[in-house]
Write a protein that binds this ligand. Structure first.
Ligand code: PTT
Ligand code: SF4
Length: 619
């Protein structure tokens, strides 16, 4: 096995209480890198088709890549993946945590957990020593208390991954958390962990990460860390991180407001990056190996959580602020902290609350029926409803399954304002005016998330709503770099995307770590392979495919913006269809979104053909 990877995968079967260490197939490592690539290859090979995501057979995968943990800017990330209980398709998230580095130092590239413990449990890994331990006393604790307890037991340097009560209650919008303020696995990966009776993993490692040329990694690292610090926007980034996006999104009519009805919000300044910095920010936090820390630690000044601290990012604030009509930052921070403590995905929580509020407004369900005075801007009512979601109480039980399910339950016109793609709630960019970003959501491999292509940045810079093939080529390039490369080499993409760190650093780091000469063309092919394999997985699990599964929320086509400089704007269906056609063509897929046989063969994915043939026509 090459260096860069440890060459080992730790498999833990909770039902049999057994663990085994396997070799990582070197061909898989070279062709899929790690992280998302390794996760989708594992799911394709090992998940029995049609498996219930909350059954013991769903593998829960924690995967690093060849860049994770090395001396390189922002290398402290890992991917957490499984078949999603929220969407029924491929699901993953990316989390910055000491656990990523500890995992590699313990000697593993990934952990694959299967089965179900017969009682509440946790896993403790210390190099080769693997223990499945009782966690009765941890079950029911919020993620902050559980983190504190585990740090006290295993030390502050151990890598800790933990779920909250939402994951325990199998809430389908629950995440895995770490270190009070890091969260990953939006498509319900917290519930997958809960379904295995697994409260936490604690990882400690003492080994060196094997590297082809350790001195070169250190030399490159020293230069690259310096390069990051020298960037023009470095100082501002450190002050506000992703929070500056609130003002930017409002200026560009993209700030989700009242359940993505509008793209501008009157109270945007009160919840924006400048207010956050001036009034609420108390300190700064970052992921391991990062010298551009973007965690804004803020203090709640009023309300039930007065005096408590929470880490805020753009997505959390937009989804639980403007999207709920809340302009009081204290309530936005309160909702954010509640999501973190419960292990609820803050994006989907904001989206389901907004959906419920609109359902009440439209008379599809009454306040009396749900027992909460849900209305725009009412922070206390939103918190009350969020509590019902985390505990699956009353109407909260319906919302805990996500907006797509809730819309089906409510029936009538509810689908028109359920803001999701493939069942995953849309993250915080309103796309009435951004057809490229709408396509990014439509074709994202986990459902509506911006991770794979933050295409709106290009549309704002180079012109909105241009429906050209060249634009789609750029979008596919962006997906391949972000969703293919960064998710599989596993490193934070923000040094590149936010500060402009040159992409050419990354093949150099790969060479020094693994000894392999990857060019960007090679990495692009790997990304194409990963995208087509993820698409094949979705098709297999859904039993077919149709173009409509790659459409953005209907609202953006139907209801134009009524406020702000872009009032009157909505998406044009014909242009979207044209762009989707180009998208499929560039990816080598048929006009119905199904990969062509030739594409699968060219990418070395022949092995999917027999299974896919059972459900769709590939010719
Ligand atoms: C990510 C999604 C995001 S994207 C945010 S804020 W963002 C939300 N954060 C949540 C949170 O916090 N608490 C909570 N209970 N739920 C949350 N849900 C939302 O989850 C995150 C940073 C950020 S902040 C972003 S953009 C970048 N994302 C990266 C990525 O996806 N890949 C990558 N290679 N690098 C990235 N760097 C940045 O990391 P998901 P984190 Mg996250 C509190 O998990 O499922 O991927 O969804 O991981 O360690 O918290 O870092 O404006
Ligand atoms: Fe973590 Fe932010 Fe640094 Fe990325 S830039 S590694 S998200 S602290």
């Amino acid at each position: 096995m090459k260096s860069g990877w440890t060459g080992k995968i730790l498999r833990i079967d909770l039902s049999r209480r057994k663990s085994v260490v396997q070799d990582l197939d070197p061909k898989v490592a070279v062709e899929f890198l790690g992280g998302r690539g390794l996760a989708i290859k594992t799911l394709w090979d090992e998940l029995p088709p049609g498996t219930d995501p909350l059954s013991p057979d769903n593998p829960l995968i924690f995967a690093t890549g060849p860049l994770t943990g090395i001396t390189m800017p922002s290398s402290g990330k890992m991917v957490i993946a499984a078949k999603s209980p929220l969407t029924g398709g491929y699901g993953d998230g990316n989390i910055g945590t000491k656990a990523s580095i500890q995992l590699k130092k313990a000697g593993y590239d990934a952990i694959i957990v299967t089965g179900k413990a017969d009682d509440h449990s946790m896993i403790a890994i210390n190099d080769g020593n693997i223990e499945i331990e009782p966690a009765k006393d941890l079950w029911g604790l919020d993620t902050y208390k559980a983190q504190d307890e585990l740090e006290a037991r295993y030390g502050k340097n151990s890598g800790i991954l933990v779920i909250g009560p939402a994951g325990e209650n199998l809430v389908k919008i629950s995440v895995v958390t770490s270190e009070k303020g890091r969260a990953g696995g939006r498509p319900g990966i917290g519930a997958v962990m809960g379904s295995k009776n697994l409260k936490a993993l604690v990882i400690t490692g003492s080994k060196e990460i094997p590297l082809d040329n350790p001195r070169e990694v250190i030399r490159l690292g020293a230069e690259a860390f310096k390069d990051v610090k020298s960037k023009e926007s470095y100082d501002f980034w450190i002050r506000q991180g992703t929070m500056a996006t609130v003002e930017w999104a409002n200026e560009n009519s993209a700030l989700p407001t009242h359940n993505f009805n509008e793209g501008v919000f009157d109270g945007f300044e009160k919840i924006g990056g400048n207010s956050m910095e001036r009034i609420y920010k108390v300190s700064q936090k970052g992921c391991p190996n990062c010298n551009m820390p973007c965690g804004n630690i803020t203090e709640i000044r009023e309300g039930p959580y007065q005096g408590r601290r929470t880490e805020v990012d753009y997505e959390n604030v937009a989804m639980n602020g403007s999207n709920l009509g809340i302009d009081d930052m204290n309530w936005v921070m309160t909702l954010n902290l509640y999501a973190d403590e419960m292990g609820l995905d803050s994006i989907s929580m904001g989206s389901t609350l907004a959906f419920a509020t609109e359902a009440v407004e439209r008379g599809l369900i009454s306040k009396e029926e749900i027992g909460v005075n849900l209305e725009w801007g009412n922070g206390p009512a939103m918190l009350e409803m969020a509590k019902k979601i985390a505990s699956r109480d009353g109407f909260g039980n319906v919302l805990s399954e996500g907006v797509a399910y809730a819309a089906t339950r409510l029936g009538r016109e509810a689908n028109k304002f359920a803001i999701h793609v493939k069942g995953l709630e849309t993250s915080a960019y309103d796309c009435h005016a951004y057809i490229g970003m709408a396509l990014a959501y439509g074709t994202s491999p986990i459902g509506a998330h911006h991770k794979d292509a933050w295409f709106i940045s290009i549309e704002v810079r180079e012109g909105r709503s241009i429906a050209s093939k060249e634009r789609v080529e750029k979008l596919v390039w962006m997906q391949n770099v972000r969703g293919g490369f960064f998710e599989s080499a596993v490193a934070c993409r923000l040094p590149w995307i936010e500060l402009g760190l040159d992409l050419e650093w990354y093949p150099k780091f790969l060479k020094a770590a693994t000894g392999l000469d990857y060019t960007w063309d090679d990495l692009y092919t790997i990304s194409n392979r990963i995208y087509s394999l993820i698409r094949a997985f979705w098709i297999r699990e859904k039993g077919g495919w149709s173009r409509s599964m790659d459409y953005p929320p209907i609202r953006w086509f139907k209801d134009p913006l009524t406020k702000g400089p872009l009032a009157g704007t909505r998406l044009d269906r014909e242009s979207y269809d044209k762009m989707l056609d180009w998208y499929y063509e560039i990816r080598g897929w048929h006009g119905n979104g199904i990969p062509k046989k030739g594409t699968l063969k060219n990418l070395g994915l022949e092995f999917v053909i027999p299974q896919l043939r059972k459900v769709v026509n590939l010719e």
